[in-house]
Ligand binder design. Structure first.
Ligand SMILES: [Zn+2]
Length: 276
């Protein structure tokens, strides 16, 4: 191999190397911003806040932030997106989503183009379509800022695009989007699959019992196992008591994976006996 080839190979190897997340500062004004705007922040204890400050500092510093079509991404947006994403990492033993993220913030909905198949007959179309976010394996996470803001204002709706897209990123850590993030061993994977399949089928049930309350997992969770895990994560973090009541085994699996128990920090909006 010539010297030129060796140098080129080294250069391409360097360019291809996945980046690393780096520690970053947690600026003092961010504390007030999170107190005021992040509905989860106020429920964290001192140790959890310490970990979150480190995670948020690193996430903000390591992420490549871009605004779609000249949209200006402000410090406030960076911190609030980071705090939502890092809540997923709170109990995990890794500090990122498989390397630094690239986040593209759109002002309102994200308009996607390209061929895709839709509907029961999987008809091909190239019509533009709108989404609130999208995650790519080893690629960018697209977010609608309007949707991020709406989740911060109404956490009880359990529709949080940042939780959703970064749950997809955790699912992708093993290279596949199948609703199963990396788990410790085959026994854990088997249990996870059994429990998630039962809950997934309950969402897809075309004839639910009319006497039962509506499923806390919204219908979109029934799209496929990947979407199931992303929606279950949103509900786990925002409506843990309802999820635990309706799907106790699923709740237990999520506590085991995320190594945090949101029901211990959030008040139950409908405690047992409240109507007696
Ligand atoms: Zn999704």
């Amino acid at each position: 191999m010539s010297l030129r080839d060796r140098l080129l190979r080294r250069l391409y190897g360097w360019l291809d190397r996945p980046g690393r997340t780096v520690p970053g500062p947690f600026d003092a004004p961010w504390e007030g911003l999170l107190d005021e705007r992040d509905p989860h922040w106020r429920h964290l204890d001192d140790d959890e806040r310490d970990r979150m400050r480190r995670l948020i500092g690193s996430f903000v510093a390591s992420t490549r932030w871009e605004g779609a079509r000249d949209f200006e991404v402000t410090d406030e947006m960076r911190v609030l997106v980071a705090s939502q994403a890092c809540l997923l990492l709170l109990g995990l033993d890794h500090d990122d989503f498989g390397g630094p993220a690239r986040v593209i913030v759109h002002p309102s909905t994200v308009v996607l183009r390209g061929r895709r198949s839709v509907g029961v007959g999987r008809v091909e179309t190239s019509a533009p379509y709108r989404v609130l976010g999208q995650a790519h394996h080893r690629g960018p996470v697209l977010l609608s800022w309007a949707s991020v803001r709406s989740a911060l204002r109404s956490p009880g709706r359990a529709q949080n695009v940042v939780h959703h897209e970064f749950a997809h990123r955790l699912d992708m850590l093993d290279g596949t989007v199948d609703g199963t993030p990396p788990l410790a061993d085959p026994g854990a994977r088997r249990r996870w699959s059994e429990v998630c399949t039962a809950a997934y089928e309950s969402v897809r049930d075309p004839d639910p019992d009319p006497g039962e309350p509506p499923n806390v997992l919204r219908p979109y969770a029934g799209t496929n196992p990947g979407e199931f895990f992303a929606v279950a994560t949103e509900v786990f973090l925002a409506r843990p008591h309802e999820l635990r009541r309706q799907h106790p085994e699923l709740y237990g699996e999520l506590v085991g994976y995320y190594r945090q128990d949101p029901a211990t920090r959030l008040a139950d909006p409908d405690p047992p006996g409240a109507h007696e």
